[in-house]
Design a protein around this ligand. Structure first.
Ligand SMILES: CC(C)(COP(=O)(O)OP(=O)(O)OC[C@H]1O[C@@H](n2cnc3c(N)ncnc32)[C@H](O)[C@@H]1OP(=O)(O)O)[C@@H](O)C(=O)NCCC(=O)NCCS
Length: 327
């Protein structure tokens, strides 16, 4: 076994090797194009510093891990957005060696918590438990099959919900937000801090216009096109809620990702979440008719969001857990 740090300036065939490991995991959810995957190794969505380590056996890449170091908030933790060993190379101590290294690196950065996610009941969960992680969240991925959506009934649901949201207007755009919208988007992103986090030792994310700009441009650089709809309170002009879909322009396998949906506290209770999600799905489908499925990710105790998703026809694909380890 040989472990080395991945030098992104001179990766050789290591990124392709890691991508092959990732593909071998056989994730039934939305696939990642090589470009999207490579961008995850460069850094977190909002500019978090990253480092990747690869483990090789007999000259072949057998696995790897990526660490993210948040620096705008949550500076006590390091995330593991990638932590995998090829299925043919498991139970030979490679994952354990990667984790020992990740713990050392994270401690060296002054972090006291490691976070990872794994499908419930799978090898990642077994590994996490064996290595002393504790389960911090219960989550599920749900999929909406756009081929079976009754668009006329979506229109009716939207009209019905819109009756409760008369004081709001909708705005929408494709790709990064314009400069004039960055402050609004930073404010809207703070609504995501109310998402239930289970027992995760995580503090609120702090958003600024600049941080949101980085997020938007990172999506674009990864080949992801974003479809955003926001609701604005007509009387005050304040942004009230938003929702975003991402589609990987480099991947023709027909998936989109439902990412953030949030309504600012003062504007809750007007069915804005429903209006926004339906409006975005209807618009998105007309712009991207080849996309067949939307995947979304929710905590099991996010009752409001789950009710909206279920009413739209999202159905459970699989369940996941967040795991944390004090180091
Ligand atoms: C998690 C993963 C990286 C572990 O890699 P690995 O090289 O098999 O790990 P190790 O061989 O070092 O295993 C160390 C210990 O973890 C435990 N473990 C590992 N896999 C397990 C499984 N499937 N079930 C139960 N325990 C398991 C065992 O105690 C094992 O020690 P042992 O083999 O002496 O019994 C690998 O299973 C994987 O890639 N899973 C898919 C991706 C994933 O879920 N990542 C976790 C994100 S947090």
């Amino acid at each position: 076994m040989h472990i080395e740090r991945l030098d992104l300036a001179d990766p050789g065939d290591r990124v392709a090797g890691l991508y092959a490991v990732h593909e071998a995991l056989g994730d039934p959810g939305a696939p990642m194009s090589p470009r999207h995957f490579a961008s995850k190794l460069r850094g977190g969505w909002s500019g978090e510093r990253a480092e990747t380590w690869v483990v090789g056996v007999g000259g072949e890449i057998a696995g790897g891990c990526t660490l993210y170091y948040p620096d705008a908030d949550n500076t006590h933790m390091a995330n593991l957005p990638l932590f995998a060993v090829h299925p043919d190379r498991r139970r030979q101590g490679l994952g354990g060696a990667l984790l020992d290294l990740a713990i050392d690196r994270a401690r060296g950065e002054g972090r006291r918590l490691l976070l990872g996610e794994a499908p419930t009941g799978g090898p990642g969960a077994g590994f996490a438990e064996a290595r002393g992680f504790t389960r911090a969240t219960d989550e599920a991925r749900r999929v909406l099959d756009l081929r079976t959506v009754d668009w006329a009934s979506y229109e009716l649901m939207r009209a019905d919900a819109a009756r409760h949201a008369r004081g709001y207007s909708l705005e929408r755009w494709i790709g990064p937000a314009g400069e004039e919208l960055l402050d609004d988007m930073a404010l809207l992103m703070t609504s995501m801090n109310d998402e239930p986090l289970g027992d995760l030792d995580m503090e609120d994310h702090r958003w600024t216009a600049e941080r949101f700009r980085v997020l938007d441009h990172e999506h674009a650089r990864s080949g992801l096109t974003s479809y955003t709809v926001i609701a604005r309170h007509a009387e005050s002009g304040e942004p009230a809620g938003f929702t975003r879909l991402l589609v990987d322009a480099d991947d023709a396998r027909g998936w989109a990702r439902q990412v953030e949906t949030g309504v600012i506290h003062a504007h809750r209770g007007h069915r804005l979440g429903t209006v926004l999600k339906l409006a975005n799905a209807i618009w998105f489908h007309t712009c991207e008719p080849a996309v067949e499925r939307i995947i979304t990710w929710n905590a099991d105790d996010n009752a409001y969001m789950l009710a909206i998703n279920e009413s739209m026809g999202f159905r459970i694909l699989d369940t996941w857990n967040g795991w944390q380890l004090r180091i």
